[in-house]
Design a protein around this ligand. Structure first.
Ligand code: NAP
Length: 470
């Protein structure tokens, strides 16, 4: 019976797996329900909260990171608990969650990358942009990755905002980077970088770019790098021109204007060049034990039956000498143990956030919900997650009303905490995180940076324990 769930005697117990924006927006919405007594336990496999705000947002975008103030309000609510350093699937299983919670919300994001599926893609020197992003953001799983920054010619494939972040980090001066919370080791590696030319390879045209106006503008404001756009690269095909002239998508119109401004500017002689190329697709990476070149095919833009312009390869090809390439062609979701997965879309199949037994089955899994990129795919900015998470949380609340949640055998928090203790797990609480946060900020002062991140889990736990002992 779940009829009285949500009262002081029988609080609604919700587990949220993942502590990024989508998880926090779901928690926030549940906490805001007048008269509902809800205990939220949020789990993260890392000791640190905030998901992509910490591990994805570029280090020079500190303003965006200030969104965590809102998450801090949620996390310091008396009935909320953060359990960092606890991995779903191994430390805590699906069966454990069913025993302890009325509802589970999966908020794990998209933890892998899409591929280009071309020959040579796995040669050394060819990397997903997502790995580089996690590396420069001090994600513990990526701290030991190596990127050959002794190369002068680098390519970045894709025209999204992740591509823009990667390009900016590659093209920034050491002074620009030192003022950010970039990982110490990444700052050091980039200080010694010999990268001179960054080719940006878009499969469609300027009007179809996925980046947003501030991000393309920022590339033109770097101390040591300039954007090179050949005038013929921004000469639009008639359909794109009509689209831009119609003003239907103001962001696309402005993107084209900014690119045309770059084309008109010409070179200014800064040491690094960001060379924008449109309507080209990599078809092969070649090299002797390491990427040495990328073969490109020129694309024509062709309207499909819905009027969308698609890239269609022509017979024209060229080869660019490069020694390092990042594919920034999107993130991809990863299946969780014992949770349905739609491998085709890289998401947990769902109906407005209710987990389905399989894509299109129409049958939901009782008490299981999903939010964020693992719900809808890897698109949208941080704020996009707010309405997305509210939609899911509203489904959960409707199921609560309908007494259609899970009926856990041990819904009290003490039982969950004793389970973690029995398993010898050191969960990091939100108060613990605040100690680590303070330590990182203090370390940052030495460098004039907002923080200097720890990147080893053991070091994070030691720091917390030391500070607790003080
Ligand atoms: P994205 O915005 O979806 O961009 C992916 C890019 O990859 C597109 O240009 C796409 O081109 C291209 N692409 C896909 N498959 C390709 C292929 N096989 N060959 C060549 N190009 C290919 O994805 P994202 O950059 O990973 O960003 C994910 C989300 O996070 C986006 O919503 C983004 O705005 C957001 N984000 C925001 C910020 C910020 O606000 N500053 C920063 C980072 C990320 P087509 O258009 O032709 O498909």
């Amino acid at each position: 019976m779940t009829g009285t769930v949500g009262t002081a005697e029988n609080p609604l117990r919700v587990a949220i797996i993942g502590s990024g924006p989508s998880g926090f927006y779901a928690a926030d919405h549940l906490q805001r329900q007048a008269g509902l007594v809800v205990h939220i336990d949020m789990f993260d496999r890392l000791p640190t909260p905030y998901g992509l705000v910490r591990g994805g947002v570029a280090p020079d975008h500190q303003k965006i990171k200030s969104v965590t103030k809102a998450y801090e309000r949620v996390a310091t609510h008396p009935s909320f608990r953060f359990y960092g350093n606890i991995t779903y699937g191994s430390d805590l299983t699906h069966a454990d969650l069913a025993r302890h919670y009325h509802a589970v919300i999966y908020a794990v994001g998209a933890q892998s990358d899409r591929r280009m599926d071309i020959p040579g893609e796995d040669l050394p020197g060819s990397h997903p942009a997502t790995e580089f992003v996690a590396w420069y953001n001090a994600h513990p799983d990526y701290a030991d990755f190596k990127f050959d920054l002794s190369q002068e010619n680098v390519a970045v494939v894709g025209l999204g905002n992740v591509a823009m972040d990667v390009i900016r980090i590659l093209a920034s001066s050491p002074e620009e980077l030192a003022a950010t919370d970039i990982a110490d080791y990444a700052l050091e590696a980039l200080r010694n970088s010999r990268v001179k030319r960054i080719y940006v390879l878009g499969r469609r045209g300027p009007a179809q770019s996925a980046f947003t106006n501030p991000e393309i503008k920022e590339l033109g404001e770097l101390a040591e790098a300039e954007v090179i756009v050949a005038p013929e690269e921004v000469a639009l095909d008639p359909v794109s021109q009509q689209f831009v002239d119609s003003g239907a998508d103001k962001s696309a119109t402005r993107n084209v204007e900014i690119l045309k401004e770059y084309a008109a500017r010409g070179g200014s002689g800064k040491p690094k060049q960001i060379i924008m190329r449109f309507c080209v697709s990599p078809t092969e990476l070649s090299g002797n034990g390491q990427v040495e070149s990328v073969k490109l095919v020129k694309n024509a833009l062709v309207a499909d039956d819905k009027g969308n312009l698609k890239a269609k390869p022509t017979a024209e090809t060229e080869t660019l000498p490069i020694g390092l390439i990042f594919r920034s062609v999107g993130y991809n979701g990863v299946a969780l143990p014992d949770v349905p997965f739609d491998a085709k879309r890289g998401v947990i199949p769902n109906d407005h956030g209710r987990v389905l037994t399989a894509a299109g089955s129409g049958q939901n899994v009782v008490g299981e919900y999903v939010v964020g990129w693992i719900k809808r795919g890897p698109s949208g900015i941080i704020g996009t997650n707010k309405p997305d998470s509210i939609e899911t949380a509203d489904c959960l609340l409707a199921d609560l009303q309908a007494s259609a949640l899970n009926a856990p055998a041990q819904p009290d928090r003490a039982a969950l905490e004793s389970l973690l203790r029995e398993r010898g797990l050191q969960a990091v609480s939100y108060a613990d995180w605040l100690l680590l946060d303070e330590a990182e900020r203090q370390r940052g002062q030495e460098r004039g940076a907002p923080r200097r991140k720890f990147w080893r889990v053991a070091e994070m736990l030691d720091t917390i324990n030391q500070r607790k002992g003080q």
